[in-house]
Design a protein around this ligand. Structure first.
Ligand code: FAD
Length: 345
């Protein structure tokens, strides 16, 4: 079914002048807006001002009063919201249907969403429904000065090149964008904007998805995307039990625990801690890489950290090329000493 729609998307010509405005999908969970939304509003504000168009936030959920004013304070000119019990919990089909129906009605030129678990899950379905393209996982957005098209930049070929992509012949132009690569504008509660309430009939097959419940991850560890200090461990730790060295150092510093993909693939720690191209992008004040070689895919997720410290026994490890402070030596000697010293202070 999806393949048929995609083939159709290639052949149908559209009138681009019918499409106007920039939309940011205002992802929220349990009434809390995802931080990436504020970053997208910051970037969206810049793009909207350049194009002379309106910036809208699209809010889906239930009992979401009060969130619209927050979105306006962070740059939205208007908020289009659907407050419906059917949208209380995130579900792919319902959210994709609602956002696509709104887009068919309003015809925005650009739709941006966070490359979060939710965004990555349902935004491709929206693109399929709208017969348009999607650039996933962008790290840069700008406007083509000649055509006014959205230029969408993202890592390609395993992170070895940065590709700039545009949706030249279809509308809306859709992109998911990584957390922590764009900057929000300062909150201004005196900004004013319009709130439009919409309603939708969910005449979808209710049997396809059943809500069973929501279980939060019980790691007790700090979320890496919000942390000021991250201590990350890699294959150099050799086995699962040694990951405790990373956790102890992170705890002593009041920081979060990160990991390379090698450590996650070995099941030493959960995927939610993975830093890099196929994990999370982080930008802490201090990033400590322990027993991590510094493969390009890992660097893609952490190289914009403010201060990088690397501990590795190989003086030629690529991680030292991005490190502000490099410690060449055996992590099994260095890390316990470091943790002890920090705890003593
Ligand atoms: P290694 O490369 O094996 O490095 C281990 C390091 O530990 C070495 O430098 C070694 O010198 C050091 N070491 C060993 N023993 C000690 C010791 N006793 N003391 C001190 N140092 C020691 N990787 C990611 O991290 N994140 C991603 O999101 C990601 N996405 C990817 C996407 C694609 C499409 C592909 C192809 C790959 C991806 N990878 C990703 C994998 C990446 O290419 C590397 O394989 C991975 O990052 C390596 O992890 P590592 O540095 O822990 O292991």
């Amino acid at each position: 079914f999806d393949a048929i729609l995609l083939r159709k998307a290639k052949t149908e010509a559209i009138d681009k002048s019918e499409y106007n405005g920039i939309w940011v999908f205002a992802e929220q969970r349990e009434g809390v807006i995802a931080p990436v939304v504020f970053e997208l509003l910051g970037k969206g504000r810049e793009l909207a001002d350049e194009l002379g168009s309106e910036l809208s936030a699209v809010l889906l959920g239930h009992n979401i009063e009060g969130l619209s004013s927050e979105l306006i304070a962070f740059g939205a000119d208007q908020v289009i919201e659907i407050d419906d019990p059917a949208l209380k919990h995130f579900w792919d089909e319902g959210y994709a249907y609602a956002l696509a129906e709104l887009a068919l009605k309003y015809k925005p030129s650009i739709i941006l969403a966070g490359a979060t678990v939710i965004g990555r899950s349902f935004i491709p379905r929206v693109a399929i429904r709208l017969h348009t393209g999607l650039t996933a996982d962008c790290t840069g957005l700008s406007i083509d000065p000649e055509t006014g098209d959205l230029l969408q930049t993202r890592p390609a070929f395993g992170g070895n090149i940065m590709a700039t992509i545009k949706t030249a012949n279809h509308r809306p132009q859709m992109a998911t964008v990584r957390h922590k690569v764009m900057n929000p504008i300062p909150r201004d509660d005196t900004r004013s904007g319009i709130v439009i309430q919409e309603q939708i009939n969910f005449d979808l097959d209710e049997e396809r998805t059943t809500w069973l419940g929501f279980e939060k991850e019980k790691t007790g560890l700090i979320n890496i995307t919000e942390a000021n200090i991250i201590v990350s461990g890699g294959r150099g730790l050799k086995e699962a039990k040694n990951f405790a060295l990373i956790e102890e150092l992170a705890e002593a510093l009041g920081g979060a625990v990160g990991a390379s993909r090698a450590a996650v693939d070995a099941e030493w720690i959960a995927y939610s801690h993975q830093v890099g191209q196929t994990g999370k992008t982080v930008k802490p004040l201090i990033y400590i890489a322990v027993g991590i070689s510094g493969a390009i895919q890992h660097l893609a997720g952490m190289s914009s950290s403010d201060y990088i410290i690397a501990i590795n026994k190989d003086p030629d490890a690529p991680i030292f090329k991005v490190a502000d402070l490099g410690i060449v030596g055996d992590l099994f000697e260095i890390v316990p000493k470091l943790t002890k010293r920090i705890k003593e202070q």
